[in-house]
Design a protein around this ligand. Structure first.
Ligand code: CP3
Length: 351
C-alpha cells in the first residue's frame, strides 16, 4: 500500500483535502529560542545556511516544535549569488550586503551561469535529508528569489527603501538591466530544477520587491522573467506545484496569474474573498494573515484564521502569513497560529 502524499502536496495539486495545509514564511528564524541559541554558537548567516548540518537542523526546528505541513529549506534567496560570481554577506540588524554591486555591462557579462551541483551541493544534501526525515508528514519546500528581486539586491548593493539605483538603471539603461534579469532567469530555473531533483516537492518564487514597480514596469521588468523561470521549470518538472509571492501585490494580481504559476501567495493588503474573485478558478492561493496579528492574542489569531479559511473555502488554499513571521513575535503565538490552523475545521465546519 502506498501512503498518501503529504497534505500540502495534495492540496497544491488541487486535490480535495480534509483541511487547508499550514506553514509559515520564515518559519525558521529569530522568533524561535532554539534558533537564537544556535545563532549564538554559529554567528555567521552564511555558515548557518551553507553548512549542510546546520541548515538541516534549522530547517527541522519548526517541524520539531510545531509540525507544520510544509518544511522549507533554510537558506536565502541570495545563496546562489556566489555561484554566479557575486559575493554577499548578511549583516546582523542591517540585512544583505553585496561586496561589488553590479552597475555596468562588463560586470553583467562576467557573471557565470549557475551550476548548482558544483557551487551549492549543500542545498541538494539538505533537501534530500529533509525529504527522508519528514516522509509523508510534511511536504518539502524549495525556493528562489525572482530575477527582479535578486537584481534589486545586487544593483542596489543592500536593502533599499525607494530602489533609486535600480530604477535609474531601468529608466536610463534598460538593455543592461534586461541582460542581468535574463541571466538570473536562466540560472534560477536551473537552480529550481536542482532543488526539485534533490527532494523539493513544492517550490516558491519570492519576487518580494516587484510590488515596488508600476503595473506597466512590472510587465517589462518582472513578469517576463517570472514567466521565463516558470516555463523553463515546467518544461522539465510539470507536476511540481509552483507558488509565486510578491509583497504589495494587490495592484498586479491578475498579471501574476498570467505567469503560469499554480498558486499565488497573497499578502494581507487584499481581502481573501476579493483576491480570489480576481483570479481564475484554476489558480490556488496561499496566505494571507497579517504577520502583525501574531503580536495579538491567541483568540485574535484564531478568529482571523477562521475568517481567512472561510473566505477561501471551495478553492485551492494553503494557509500561511501574508509575509514572513516578524522577529520579536512571541514564540507561543507562532504555535497558536499552527494549532489554530490545524483545528480550523472543528470550528468552522466542513460544509
Ligand atoms: O522561510 C524560511 O524559514 C526559510 C528561510 C528564508 C530566509 N530568507 C532566511 C533568513 C527564506 C525563505 C528567505 C528568503 C528571503 N531572503 C527573501 C524573500 C522573502 C521575503 O521576506 O520577502 C528576501 C527578500 C531575503 C533577503 C534577506 N535575507 C533579507 C532582507 C534579510 C534580512 C532580514 C532581517 O530581518 O534581518 C535576510 C536575512 C535572513 N534570511 C534571515 C533569515 C532567518 C535573518 C538573519 C538571521 O537570522 O541571522
Amino acid at each position: 500500500m502506498t501512503e498518501a502524499a503529504p497534505l500540502l502536496l495534495r492540496a497544491a495539486r488541487g486535490e480535495q483535502v480534509e483541511r487547508p495545509p499550514v506553514w509559515m514564511m520564515r518559519q525558521a528564524g529569530r522568533y524561535m529560542k532554539v534558533y537564537r541559541d544556535l545563532r549564538d554558537r554559529h554567528p555567521g548567516f552564511r555558515e548557518r545556511s551553507e553548512n549542510p548540518d546546520l541548515s538541516y537542523e534549522i530547517s527541522m526546528q519548526p517541524f520539531h516544535a510545531f509540525k507544520p505541513d510544509g518544511v522549507i529549506l533554510f537558506s536565502d534567496i541570495l545563496t546562489p549569488l556566489p555561484g554566479m560570481g557575486i559575493n554577499f554577506d548578511i549583516i546582523e540588524s542591517q540585512g544583505p550586503l553585496i561586496q561589488d554591486p553590479i552597475r555596468n555591462l562588463a560586470q553583467v557579462e562576467a557573471l557565470r551561469a549557475l551550476e548548482p551541483a558544483e557551487s551549492m551541493p549543500f542545498v541538494g544534501e539538505v533537501l534530500t535529508r529533509l525529504r527522508q526525515s519528514v516522509g509523508n508528514e510534511a511536504a518539502v519546500l524549495g525556493f528562489v528569489g525572482a530575477p527582479w528581486t535578486l537584481a534589486a539586491y545586487v544593483v542596489e548593493g543592500k536593502s533599499s527603501k525607494n530602489y533609486a539605483v535600480i530604477k535609474a538603471m531601468a529608466f536610463k539603461e534598460p538593455e543592461l538591466l534586461h541582460k542581468l534579469l535574463d541571466h538570473f532567469a536562466e540560472s534560477i530555473a536551473t537552480y529550481l530544477r536542482f532543488q526539485i531533483d534533490s527532494g523539493a516537492q513544492v517550490v516558491q518564487m519570492f519576487d518580494s520587491w516587484a510590488g515596488q514597480l508600476s503595473p506597466m514596469d512590472y510587465d517589462s521588468f518582472a513578469a517576463p522573467y517570472q514567466k521565463k523561470v516558470v516555463d523553463l521549470v515546467k518544461q522539465t518538472h510539470p507536476d511540481t506545484p509552483f507558488i509565486l509571492y510578491i509583497s504589495g501585490s494587490a495592484g498586479v494580481l491578475e498579471r501574476m496569474a498570467g505567469t503560469g504559476v499554480d498558486i499565488i501567495s497573497l499578502d494581507w493588503t487584499v481581502d481573501m474573498a476579493e483576491g480570489l474573485a480576481r483570479l481564475p478558478e484554476h489558480i490556488g492561493v496561499q496566505g494571507n494573515v497579517d504577520p502583525g496579528l501574531l503580536f495579538g492574542t491567541p483568540a485574535a489569531i484564531q478568529a482571523r484564521i477562521d475568517d481567512t479559511v472561510r473566505k477561501a473555502r471551495g478553492r485551492k488554499h494553503i494557509l500561511n502569513l501574508g509575509h514572513g513571521i516578524l522577529p520579536g513575535t512571541p514564540e507561543e503565538n507562532g504555535r497558536a497560529f499552527f494549532e489554530a490552523g490545524k483545528s480550523v475545521m472543528e470550528r468552522i465546519g466542513a460544509a
